[in-house]
Ligand binder design. Structure first.
Ligand SMILES: [Fe+2]
Ligand SMILES: [Fe+2]
Length: 323
């Protein structure tokens, strides 16, 4: 199901590419200026989270699969997952901002629209990290003590940035496309979630739309520069990065399950505890890995760059994660 097949891309004459790309960077700059928002003035607006409502919708949190939990405990588990969801974006945006500023170097004396698009992209990710730090503090105010966010942003960023640019751009493109899918398919359409939590991801998605376009442009540009051997090694890097993401998800799912068990309304039986643990890990793998690799937009870009054998290698690495 997860095998990634190459797709045939329309042939574009090399001479046309710079103009097409330049127009897309310029469009991203134009939209970025139009949708730009401020954390307090536009997103938070003096509000607090409504803890009587869910945060992460069931399509992502899978809490309704835990039928033995009452409505209050399901809501609590969706709030814990929603808190982690914000923290995970704050985490990945540390390496994304650094990578974007690094690749901007290649446009310093070139296409100035591309340079502006990347500088704005980096600036927006720095702002998003500040937003997610605010969200964490606001979650802490309204939830019982004991929550832990396990991974450390700079340690993760250092490990990710040690991999090839092709692989880091692939992971980034994957993340920024699934952010949009999650908002448009689940979060934005949900009526029974906290309005502020929903708005955080509405405003986030508005700026991420441009990021996903720029990721794709930069990844395709990087792909055209490297040799088949370097690309083959980069596929291994991408597989290693997905494995590292899965390691983070396993640790955070365990921490969030432990926290939930301590603060939920009643003691859980060993069988119930096991079901919570399994469901939270499956939900995190769905949120941060599987939903993204199943998305057509990401698959089309990746498929246009790799061989069938490389697609099979990636697909095989995803089998234990997809379950
Ligand atoms: Fe972001
Ligand atoms: Fe982004």
């Amino acid at each position: 199901m997860l095998a990634l097949q190459p797709v045939r891309q329309p042939v574009v004459a090399p001479a046309q590419r710079p103009n097409i790309s330049s127009a897309r960077y310029a469009k991203a700059v134009e939209v970025s200026k139009r949708v730009r928002w401020d954390i307090d003035r536009d997103v938070i607006r003096g509000r607090r989270f409504d803890f009587t409502k869910r945060f992460l919708p069931n399509a992502l949190s899978k809490v309704d699969q835990l039928e033995f939990l009452g409505p209050d405990d399901r809501r609590l588990l969706s709030q814990i997952q929603g808190r982690t969801y914000a923290n995970i974006f704050g985490l990945v945006e540390r390496f994304i901002a650094a990578k974007v500023l690094e690749v901007s170097r290649e446009h310093w004396l070139g296409d100035q629209s591309a340079l502006e698009a990347l500088v704005r992209f980096g600036d927006e990710e720095i702002k998003h990290q500040e937003l997610f730090r605010r969200i964490e503090r606001m979650c802490a105010e309204g939830m019982p003590e004991g929550y832990t966010f396990v991974p450390e942003p700079n340690a993760v960023a250092t490990a990710v940035l040690s991999k090839s640019t092709w692989a880091v751009l692939a992971l980034t493109c994957h993340i920024e496309i699934f952010v949009l899918d999650h908002y448009h398919q689940s979060i934005g359409t949900q009526t029974d979630v906290s309005e502020l939590w929903k708005d955080v991801f509405l405003y986030h998605a508005r700026e991420e739309s441009q990021h996903a376009i720029i990721d794709e442009l930069e990844w395709v540009r990087e792909n055209a520069k490297i040799t088949p051997e370097a690309r083959d090694a980069a596929v291994d890097d991408l597989i290693a990065l997905v494995g590292a993401v899965d390691g983070i998800l396993q640790a955070q799912a365990a921490a969030d399950t432990l926290y939930f068990v301590e603060v939920c309304s009643r003691p859980l039986t060993p069988k119930e505890l096991d079901a919570v643990k399994t469901t939270v890990l499956a939900a995190y793998r769905w949120q941060y890995i599987v939903s993204g690799v199943q998305g057509k937009r990401f698959r089309d870009v990746l498929g246009s760059m790799i061989t069938p054998q490389q697609g099979e290698r990636i697909g095989a690495a995803l089998v234990p994660i997809a379950g």
